[in-house]
Design a protein around this ligand. Structure first.
Ligand code: URA
Length: 221
């Protein structure tokens, strides 16, 4: 999470530089950034539903906050809502979502309702394009707060976008998938996004190995 925080601070400093500011005496402390958001998932969801901080708010139908067990040990983070998610307001309910549900229930062998599922951005990018850095960094404080409140032991980054914005690392997903990365308060396991698996079914066997690893991690104390 420190890397997320640093990325947000960097973005803020660039914005200040564009405004002509040459010296910032004190960078806002991480705690105070998070304190401005409510420490309650329902209240946070309400704030997200009103969010107009980036242009995705202009084209969305519904915000897609996330769903699942508010005390989940396991969290999945995708990229951003697609068409069906935008209409329903729920994450991963389309074809990729059906596959994600199978991954959770058949390979990890826990009910989908036991985990927490969310995305990097909470509004659908038009034509399912990848969120811009501006959109992702603007939305990240919501994800940071969700992570803080749910406090999962393990977070699965689904695909390159989730991995990139959760870590700040631009290494390709095929190089890092299946690794267990110690983050600030949780273990991060990147794997391929279910949409990629729908287009490349031969990658399912690698993801199956990643899911078995996640299942083993969940059994550890
Ligand atoms: N793809 C994502 O990354 N997230 C969703 O919620 C659905 C599809």
């Amino acid at each position: 999470m420190n890397r997320l925080y640093n990325a947000l601070q960097l973005k803020r400093l660039y914005q200040l530089k564009q405004l002509g500011v040459q010296y910032v005496p004190l960078v806002e402390k991480r705690a105070s950034v998070q304190r401005s958001l409510p420490s309650d998932l329902k209240a946070l969801e309400q704030i997200v539903s009103q969010c107009q901080l980036c242009s995705l708010s202009k084209t969305r139908t519904k915000t897609v906050f996330g769903e699942g067990n508010p005390n989940a040990e396991l969290m999945f983070v995708g990229e951003g809502p697609g068409a069906q998610e935008d209409t329903s307001g729920r994450p991963f309910v389309g074809r990729a979502g059906e596959l994600l549900t199978k991954m959770i229930e058949n390979a990890i062998e826990i009910p989908r309702s036991e985990v927490y599922i969310t995305n990097i951005v909470k509004c659908r990018p038009p034509n399912n394009r990848v969120p811009t850095p501006e959109e992702a960094y603007t939305c990240l404080p919501y994800l940071q707060k969700q992570i803080e409140l749910v406090s999962p032991r393990i977070i699965v980054a689904l695909g390159a976008t989730a991995y990139h914005y959760l870590t700040g690392d631009k290494t390709g997903i095929s190089k890092v998938r299946g690794e267990v990365i110690e983050m600030d308060g949780f273990k991060l396991v990147p794997t391929y996004h279910p949409s990629y698996l729908l287009r490349n079914p031969s990658a399912k066997k690698e993801v199956y190995q990643d899911l078995l690893k996640i299942k083993r991690l969940l059994c550890e104390n």
